[in-house]
Design a protein around this ligand. Structure first.
Ligand code: ADP
Ligand code: MG
Length: 399
């Protein structure tokens, strides 16, 4: 899960990372009011979206008056910002952060990531702050400094000092640089984060070390033990299909094709997507209903897949071990009875209680296309979709 810059700054500051005073606003008027509350004579208005590269896309504006803040905000609120990290559809701006303007002397890049090959937390630093890490690694790979943290002892001050020296930081700021790195590391570790990125971390004219931008990503599987982090989730920044799925406890990834997939197990879901492609189709999603899925859960998954407007055929592929084919069949029948659809529905069942499952499907009288192997199911799904897509508008079921 990603969070906003202002939320990351609030969390990091509790771990001793220095940030500038700032305040959140939900309207241009509120933003101007916030700047008066903050005081000073220069502010930066920053669009709060789950993506970097805002500066270049007009999402970070330097302002010197109420009027400038209002104008900057009016160009942001309700708009979509498109950066290299948002994808072409962009992300909606519904909040802005008003922050005191910094007198920047130097910008550096600082990131904490999980390095899978060394199985350690890795610190990545570069003197080329402000640039995105992808650009740095392409254009100035020699400027990147890396250090790994030994989990038994945690990040050590000497490691931070080594990085400070490699960055050729002024000796006067080394101590606060060390404090900043230690704070970021503790936040990363204690909050089950998978990424902390401060880009830029700045040295100000007065010799302070400040996090001017902050990004944090968290391990979804550990969110249950950090309710204070879980509540920072902003659904307006997520794919609405994935959001609905997460709320229903389903593992779902939205894709661009038009064959909806309902499968049990991540491996089988991947294989199903491959087989659809092999048969000449494009999957609309990855959906794993998990083990022991009840009819209600299957019906929920079905409704979720159907709520995607691009779906023009649905393929249910179940290899039941812990699952039960009769329950899956009941779920499919339940969903189709409550919300009839007129797009092809292909069901392939195999494993536990398969005969009962087939009977339930047959008895329902619903126009379900049955298949006995995965490749047959994929071919039938793609064939039925191709045949059907020539027939015009489809009836949709509400989610
Ligand atoms: P993004 O990475 O999404 O473009 P940043 O928060 O990094 O957004 O802002 C982009 C640039 O704007 C920074 O590299 C910095 O130069 C400048 N900037 C951001 N916040 C401030 C601030 N409070 N004071 C002065 N300059 C700022
Ligand atoms: Mg940045």
């Amino acid at each position: 899960m990603d969070i906003h810059e202002y939320q990351a700054k609030e969390l990091l500051s509790k771990f001793g990372v220095e940030v500038l005073p700032g305040a959140l606003a939900y309207s241009p008027e509120q933003a101007a009011y916030r700047s008066r509350e903050l005081g000073g004579d220069a502010w930066v208005v920053k669009a709060q979206v789950h993506a970097g590269g805002r500066g270049k896309a007009g999402g970070v504006k330097f302002c010197r008056s109420d009027a400038e803040i209002q104008t900057a905000c009016e160009a942001m609120f309700g708009q979509k910002i498109v950066t290299h990290q948002t994808g072409p559809e962009g992300k909606g701006i519904y909040r802005v952060y008003v922050e005191a303007a910094a007198q920047i002397a130097r910008e550096v890049y600082l990131g904490f990531v999980l390095d899978r090959s060394s199985q350690r937390v890795m610190i990545v630093c570069s003197g080329e702050g402000g640039m995105e890490i992808e650009e740095i690694s392409e254009e100035r790979p020699d400027s990147i400094i890396r250090a790994t943290v030994e989990p038994a002892v945690g990040l050590q001050a000497f490691q931070c000092r080594e990085i400070a020296f490699a960055l050729k930081l002024d000796p006067a700021v080394v101590q606060s640089f060390v404090r900043t790195l230690m704070g970021c590391y503790r936040a990363f570790r204690d909050l089950d984060s998978t990424m902390v990125e401060i880009n830029p971390l700045v040295v100000t004219e007065e010799g302070r070390i400040l996090a001017l931008d902050a990004k944090m990503t968290f391990d979804d599987n550990a969110l249950f033990r950090h309710p204070q982090v879980a509540e920072l989730r902003d659904k307006s920044q997520e794919d609405p299909r994935e959001c609905r799925a997460a709320d229903r406890g389903l593992s779902y990834v939205g894709l661009d094709g038009n064959i909806g997939c309902i499968v049990n197990g991540a491996g089988l879901a991947m294989a199903t997507m491959d087989t659809i492609k092999l048969a000449g189709g494009e999957p609309a999603n990855f959906l794993d209903i998990g083990g022991g899925a009840t009819p209600e859960r299957v019906a929920k998954a079905f409704r979720l897949v159907m709520s995607d407007k691009n779906v023009q055929a649905v393929l249910v592929n179940i290899f039941a071990g812990i699952n039960r084919c009769d329950w899956v069949a009941e779920g499919v029948v339940q969903a189709l009875t409550e919300n009839p659809v007129d797009i092809p529905v292909i069901v392939r069942l195999s494993g536990t209680n398969v005969e009962e499952g087939q009977k339930i499907l047959a008895k329902s009288g619903l126009p379900i296309i049955r298949a006995s192997t995965l490749s047959e199911a994929a071919e039938r799904a793609v064939g039925a979709w191709k045949h059907d897509s020539t027939k015009g508008t489809k009836m949709r079921a509400a989610s």
